[in-house]
Design a protein. Structure first.
Length: 608
């Protein structure tokens, strides 16, 4: 049985980063354009309210289950007051906001169907004050009122906003915004925002002249305002200004505010219809000036394919929207603009399958480099990669999530996948599945789809994701926190001793705060040992063997147990840069070894 020894630390000249790591160890050891006008149908009221509400005791209940997959856990969001799953309802199209004044305060909105026998939907809502470990679903924003297409965002002061469409008696589609100043517990009455179908919202949190401005956009079809699709609030969503035109009329996309206050709006071009083959990015540099009417310009963005809909794993919905995110880190990629989507390489409104592609702009959205494929499975394998979403962390890390069918070989059996980039979107990590598999064709609420989007919000220590899944056979909304996984590489160069060849095995995600273990075995029993750590690899001759790491830090005062094993368990330090390489190796006093020592293999740890 292994044990953990209490080390003494003998510092050697080293960088500050390795000192942070050593302290943790020491403590632990203690195509062609086509006019697709209105091919995606508008929101329509077809069914009357079901008469049920989520809290209705007549609805059956079941335990809500947290689904673990590797180091990631998905927790159901649309649960009742007792934390139970409401059987027979449906929830999809989630939007997520993280309170900038309290990152443990999360709010998710979604389309709530109180019965899968009805197409009638309302504005679902749940909040968490413990980082998503538990959720409170107080009920919909307005009982009995048809609402759809939720989008959530927040202002710098922690005011939360919930944008939602509703239908007028004459069938017109308009948009409203609700406000919350207590973390999503209570909400204001709806404030009219003009609007139309397929809306989106963004709030300026730059600290600049537009800080607090709330922007809303929608597609130019079925709207209120003769094709003018951008509105702005300069008073915290107490009122909204008369809409103005947007260059190229982007639709089926999102919007965001860059670090300099520039407003970015992406989607497919809507000048002459729903042109799914042409992706555009519109930008307004003067929207942050409340004294002028916003104007905009637009460019085409080549994503190597077109947006598609009503096929494959989502028969009556989009295979994803066009998503935009901006780096405001102040780092080497500050100001870089990313446009990402699930696209059909054969062109818009093709029959798939789709892949995830991203294009990056280094000049604030004026031009874009060629797009990059994010999903890393072999091209042409028939897998679908859909409902992709992207965001940028405060340190410039780019996070992307999507649904993926590569492991099932079936277009309706998916997992949530995750990848990240540390170099401005030029290269992407090995793709990581972060959820169990689920069937996208079950639990439909009289609509053959799981909605048109999911959501991701990146933070310094990972990203919060809200997504729809059917783990229990019903359509529910889940939250998970994703984070980059580090890599562990065995470098060899062990030196045999009396018990054979010592083996050092490292395990863990190598991401801030996650458990990490260095496990030594096949060493001399009850022997003194030393752990060498370095920020470089030197492979130098040492005691008849090879010292793999530079000896920036040496931890002594540790020893193997009677079985010749030694485990050192610790939490990977918070704050180490992603992509940081650390080399480790253990040396054991052993008279049988060359020069009186045996050595483990060297191991390279790359921080996630």
């Amino acid at each position: 049985m292994s044990r953990t020894s209490r080390p003494a630390l003998r510092p050697l000249p080293a960088a500050r980063l390795i000192a942070v790591l050593s302290l943790a160890l020491a403590a632990s050891a203690d195509a062609q354009q086509v006019d697709h006008t209105a091919r995606v149908p508008r929101e329509t009221l077809r069914d009357a309210p079901s008469g049920l509400q989520p809290a209705d005791p007549s609805l059956p209940r079941a335990p809500a289950i947290a689904f673990a997959f590797g180091p990631y856990t998905s927790t159901q969001v649309n649960v009742d007051g007792a934390g139970l799953d409401i059987v027979g309802d449906a929830a999809n199209e989630p939007s997520l906001v993280v309170n900038p004044t309290d990152p443990e305060n999360l709010v998710v909105g979604w389309r709530q169907f109180d019965s899968i026998a009805s197409d009638f939907r309302e504005a679902g809502l749940s909040y968490s004050f413990d980082g998503g470990a538990s959720w409170t679903f107080p009920g919909v924003l307005e009982n009995g009122n048809f609402r759809s297409d939720p989008v959530l965002d927040a202002a710098s002061d922690g005011t939360l906003y919930y944008q939602s469409i509703h239908l007028e008696p004459n069938g017109d589609i308009l948009v409203d915004v609700f406000r919350s100043s207590d973390g999503g517990v209570t909400w204001s009455a709806p404030v009219p925002e003009f609007g139309g179908d397929k809306n989106w919202m963004a709030v300026d949190r730059t600290g600049g002249p537009g800080d607090g401005f709330v922007y809303g956009i929608w597609q130019p079809f079925f709207d209120c305002c003769n094709g003018d699709t951008l509105t702005r609030s300069v008073d915290g969503a107490l009122s909204f200004q008369t809409p103005v035109a947007v260059a190229s009329k982007p639709l089926f996309g999102t919007m965001t505010v860059g670090g300099d206050g520039t407003l970015f709006m992406t989607g497919v071009e809507g000048l002459f219809g729903q042109d799914f083959d042409t992706v555009v990015l519109a930008r307004s540099t003067n929207a942050q000036n409340g004294a002028v009417t916003p104007t905009s310009t637009a460019v085409h963005v080549d994503l190597g394919g077109g947006l598609t809909s009503s096929t494959g794993p989502n028969p009556s919905g989009l295979l994803g929207q066009i998503d935009v995110a901006v780096d405001a880190s102040g780092g080497p990629f500050d100001g870089r603009v990313y446009v990402l989507a699930s696209v059909d390489p054969n062109g818009g409104f093709g029959f798939g399958p789709t892949e995830v592609r991203v294009a990056a702009s280094r000049n604030g959205g004026l031009t874009f480099a060629p797009s990059v494929r994010v999903n890393d499975d072999p091209p042409g394998n028939g897998a679908w990669h859909w409902l992709a979403a992207v965001d940028v962390a405060p340190d410039g890390r780019v996070d992307a999530v999507w649904y993926d069918t590569r492991d099932s070989g079936q277009q309706n059996v998916c997992q949530l996948y995750y990848a990240w980039s540390h170099d401005g979107g030029a290269h992407w990590s090995t793709n990581v599945p972060v959820s169990p598999a689920f069937d996208s064709w079950v639990g439909w609420p009289q609509q053959s789809k799981m909605g048109d989007y999911i959501d991701i919000r990146s933070g310094a220590d990972g990203a919060d994701v809200a997504y729809t899944a059917t783990f229990t056979g019903g359509q529910d909304v889940y939250h998970t926190r994703v984070f980059p996984l580090g890599t562990i590489t065995d470098l060899g160069h062990a030196l045999a001793g009396s018990a054979g060849v010592p083996s050092l095995v490292a395990s863990g995600a190598l991401f801030g705060g996650t458990p990490t273990t260095l496990a030594l075995s096949s060493a001399r029993p009850n022997a003194a040992a030393g752990l060498f750590l370095g920020l470089s690899r030197i492979d130098a001759p040492f005691k008849g063997g090879v010292l793999v790491p530079s000896p920036d830090v040496v931890i002594t005062g540790i020893s193997t147990d009677a079985g010749g094993t030694l485990d050192i368990a610790f939490d990977w330090p918070v704050g180490l840069p992603s992509g940081l390489d650390v080399w480790v190796q253990e040396w054991i006093v052993d008279p049988v070894g060359v020069a009186g020592f045996a050595a483990s293999n060297g191991v390279q740890l790359t921080s996630g």
